[in-house]
Design a protein around this ligand. Structure first.
Ligand SMILES: [Zn+2]
Ligand SMILES: [Zn+2]
Length: 373
């Protein structure tokens, strides 16, 4: 049984000296939170209990006479059978309650109706959510490629998270949709706002249904956003000829949003490799030559970026760091069919550190000859 032992101020979360406006606002906020129509089924019982409690507190504190009696420690509704007006709130929908509390326009001074809902729900309702710019739906990943991968193309497994339509509500954000009772399905509400210049009537999208005219239970999977996050693991192909700084784009593989589906954008970077340097589409391969080979020249066998063995002529007296051969078309191809890059072969003289007896003798002999005047 209800009694004056309950602290109505505490129930509404307002101070003892709260103004009527503060009490109205506190009640509206709690009513929206606990209205049995607004909660998922498993919370219904708790909501009904809470809702009764806040309705009772409000029916007393919102009435100046009842509030005065309550403050004096008396039962302000003594003798009213069935607990009085408080319980009537139970059978009203939220919009009726709010109209009861605030009149036709739900003015909170400068604290607008929409702001109020936004504040209560802590997020933007669907429909009022702005359309993303297409680029906001794109997902960007970096892919490092070695020179052979640029020459031949490659595939990679990539993993990323993307936003997709909620599987439970199909992106609607609500379950059991029905015509919105706040706006009667029109998606618009009118609001009176007090301002310095008098009362203004403004029309704005209905905050209950987000302007869609349809409302329902908030989807428990996505919390009303209509979206959830999906882990994606997929194979991507980077075709031959893509250079660092270029992008490979997969359409419709990005986030799903109101503005459509974004792209998966792969940003190609270079993986450093001591064997290769790259100049545009040309590839420079460094090969080690012995001092004798550098002096005498001849022929060496190299492995090109495709893994093919190729014989290359070495000129006599090749210098350290000299590019001594150009193999046409063995660099990075042009995916547009233009002239592809070449493979340039650069000499590095590798000085032996371990010598056989005989090699040592020969080097000593060479040195003697070099030092003869
Ligand atoms: Zn509505
Ligand atoms: Zn959902």
């Amino acid at each position: 049984m209800r009694g004056t032992k309950k602290d109505y101020y505490e129930i509404l979360g307002v101070p003892r000296n709260a103004t009527k406006e503060q009490i109205d606002a506190a009640f509206a906020k709690l009513a929206m939170k606990w209205h049995p129509d607004r909660v998922p089924p498993e919370k219904k019982e708790e909501a009904e209990r809470k809702f009764k409690e806040i309705s009772e507190a409000y029916s007393v504190l919102s009435d100046p006479e009842k509030r005065r009696l309550y403050d004096m420690g008396m039962d302000p509704e003594g003798g009213v059978p069935g607990g009085g007006a408080a319980y009537d709130f139970m059978h009203m929908d939220l919009e009726e309650i709010l109209r009861n509390v605030f009149g036709e326009g739900f003015g909170f001074g400068d604290f607008g109706f929409g702001d109020f809902f936004e504040n209560v729900f802590g997020r933007r309702r669907r429909g009022r959510e702005r359309r993303e710019r297409p680029e906001d739906l794109d997902i960007h990943l970096e892919v490092e490629l070695s020179v052979p991968e640029m020459v031949m193309g490659t595939t990679r497994r990539v993993r990323y998270r993307r936003k997709v339509r909620c599987h439970r509500c199909g992106g609607e954000g609500i379950l059991n949709p029905r015509t919105c009772q706040v706006c009667g399905g029109t998606g618009r509400v009118r609001q009176h706002r007090r301002s310095f210049f008098g009362v203004m009537v403004v029309e704005r999208p209905c905050p209950n249904c987000g302007g869609t005219g349809i409302s329902g239970e908030t989807c428990p999977v996505c919390g009303g956003s209509g979206y959830e996050v999906e882990e994606v693991e997929r194979e991507v192909t980077i075709p031959a000829g893509v250079l660092p700084g270029q992008k490979v784009i997969y359409r419709n593989a990005g986030h799903v949003g109101r503005g459509g589906t974004g792209r998966l954008v792969l940003h190609v970077k270079e993986r450093p490799d001591p064997r290769y340097e790259r100049k545009g589409r040309d590839v420079v391969l460094t090969v080690d030559l012995s001092p004798a080979r550098a002096v005498l020249g001849g022929e060496v066998e190299i492995t090109d970026p495709r893994g093919e063995r190729v014989k290359v002529k070495v000129p006599q007296g090749v210098q350290y760091g000299e590019v001594f051969a150009r193999l046409k078309g063995r660099g990075i191809p042009d995916p547009k069919g233009g002239k592809g890059g070449d493979l340039l072969v650069k000499a590095r003289i590798k000085v032996p550190t371990k010598l056989s007896k005989e090699q040592r003798k020969l080097y000593e002999r060479l040195l003697e000859m070099e030092e003869q005047p």
